[in-house]
Design a protein around this ligand. Structure first.
Ligand code: IPM
Ligand code: MN
Length: 361
C-alpha cells in the first residue's frame, strides 16, 4: 500500500464545486494507477457560507489547513457579495497566512487548442511564470487622507524587502535548474528572465535586479539570465513567446501578465496556478474564477482545475502521476474536445473529467 495524502478541498463558489469534483475524479484515478491515496476533507469557505453566517473565514482556518499535505481550491467569488470581500478575506488571506510566497503559473498551449497568436503552437507557447505572491502592492500598505475632499490623497505602496525578493528568486532559479528547457530536454539552456520596470520603479526593481544577478552569478552560473521590462514582456508574450523559459516577477506584474498568458494558452478554462509555500502547505487552483452564470449546468470546462490537480501531485512528490495527468489532458485536448469554452466543448463537465480519468488507465 502506498502513501496516503491529506488533502483539504475548498470547492468554493459558482462552478468551483463542479470543477473540483472532476479534478478529484482524475486525481483519484491517478492515485490508483500510481499506488497512493488521497484522504480528502471538505471546507465550505465561500460566498454562501458568508451570506449565511456573516463570517468570511473562521479564525482557526489557516491553522487547520496547515495540517494538510495540500489544499485544492475551486473558485472564490459570489455575485451577491461585493467584489473584494471574499477575494481578500479568503484567497489573499490564505496566501498570506500560509506564507504561500510563490504563485506558479505555467503558460502552456496544449495540442488541439486554438491560440489567438498567429503561427504559434505548443512548441512556442511553453513557459512558466513564477509570481511573487505575498508582497508588493498586495500588502495593502497605504491609506487615504482628506477623504471626500478635492485634495483627497490615496497611497498604495509597492513594498519589498530583501528577504522576500531573495526567497522568490531562489525558488525561481531552482525551478529553472530542474524544470527549465534544458532540464526537460526542450532546449540547450535553462533560462530565467526577470520581469520588472527598472526604468521607472528605480527602488524596488533595483533591489530585484541586484539580487537577481548576485544570486545567479554566485549560485546558478549555468542558468542564463535575461531581463525584460514588464511592458515589453507583454509585447514578447504575443510576438515571441518562444523566447521564454522561466520568468520571475513581482506580485502585481505577475497577476497582470498571467492573464495575458492564459489567453495565449487558450483562455481561463485551461489556466492553472499553484500558491506555493515550499516549506509549508500549498494551494492549487484554476485561475478562471467562479463563472456564476454556468453554475450547476455541467457545462463549465474542468481542465484548468484538473491541471491544477496535476501541479498539486507534483508538489506532493508524485511526479510521475503529475506528468501522467498532464499527458492525459493533452490527449483529451488533442483528440477529443472541440473547444475550451463552457458549453462548446462537445462534452459536459463530467464527461471531460471521465475522458481525462480514462486516459490515465
Ligand atoms: C489571481 C486573482 C487574484 C489576485 C484576485 C482574485 C485577488 O486575480 O489569483 O490572479 O489578484 O491575485
Ligand atoms: Mn489575477
Amino acid at each position: 500500500m502506498g502513501k496516503t495524502y491529506k488533502i483539504a478541498v475548498l470547492p468554493g463558489d459558482g462552478t468551483g464545486p463542479e470543477v473540483v469534483r472532476e479534478g478529484l475524479k482524475v486525481l483519484n484515478a491517478a492515485a490508483s494507477v500510481y499506488n497512493f491515496s488521497l484522504d480528502t476533507t471538505e471546507f465550505d469557505f465561500g460566498g454562501d457560507r458568508y451570506l449565511k453566517t456573516g463570517e468570511v473565514l473562521p479564525e482557526s482556518a489557516p491553522e487547520e489547513l496547515e495540517q494538510f499535505d495540500a489544499i485544492y481550491l475551486g473558485a472564490i467569488g459570489h455575485p451577491d457579495v461585493k467584489p473584494g470581500i471574499l477575494e481578500k478575506g479568503i484567497l489573499l488571506k490564505l496566501r498570506f497566512e500560509l506564507d504561500q510566497y510563490i504563485n506558479l503559473r505555467p503558460v502552456r498551449l496544449y495540442p488541439g487548442i486554438e491560440t489567438p497568436l498567429k503561427d504559434k503552437g505548443p512548441e512556442e507557447i511553453d513557459y512558466v511564470v513564477v509570481r511573487e505572491n505575498t508582497g508588493g502592492i498586495y500588502t495593502g500598505t497605504g491609506g487615504i487622507s482628506m477623504k471626500d475632499t478635492p485634495q483627497e490623497v490615496a497611497v498604495q505602496s509597492m513594498v519589498y524587502n530583501r528577504f522576500q525578493v531573495e526567497r522568490c528568486l531562489r525558488y525561481a532559479f531552482e525551478y529553472a535548474k530542474t524544470r527549465g528547457k534544458k532540464a526537460l530536454g526542450k532546449g540547450d539552456e535553462n533560462t530565467l528572465g526577470l520581469v520588472g520596470k527598472t526604468n521607472v520603479l528605480t527602488y524596488v526593481f533595483d533591489l530585484w535586479e541586484r539580487a537577481f544577478h548576485q544570486i545567479g552569478e554566485s549560485d546558478y552560473p549555468d542558468i542564463r539570465r535575461d531581463y525584460y521590462h514588464v511592458d515589453a514582456t507583454c509585447m514578447w508574450m504575443v510576438k515571441n513567446p518562444e523566447w521564454f523559459d522561466v520568468l520571475v516577477t513581482s506580485n502585481m506584474f505577475g497577476d497582470i501578465i498571467t492573464d495575458l498568458g492564459a489567453m495565449t494558452q487558450g483562455g481561463m478554462g485551461i489556466a492553472a496556478g499553484g500558491n506555493i509555500n515550499p516549506e509549508g502547505v500549498s494551494m492549487f487552483e484554476p485561475i478562471g474564477g467562479s463563472a456564476p452564470k454556468y453554475t450547476g449546468k455541467n457545462l463549465i470546462n474542468p481542465l484548468a482545475a484538473i491541471a491544477a490537480g496535476s501541479m498539486l501531485l507534483d508538489t506532493l512528490g508524485e511526479t510521475k502521476a503529475s506528468f501522467a495527468v498532464e499527458e492525459a489532458i493533452k490527449h483529451v485536448t488533442g483528440t477529443k474536445i472541440k473547444s475550451l469554452q463552457a458549453g462548446k466543448m462537445g462534452y459536459s463537465t463530467s464527461e471531460v473529467g471521465d475522458l481525462v480519468a480514462e486516459a490515465l488507465e
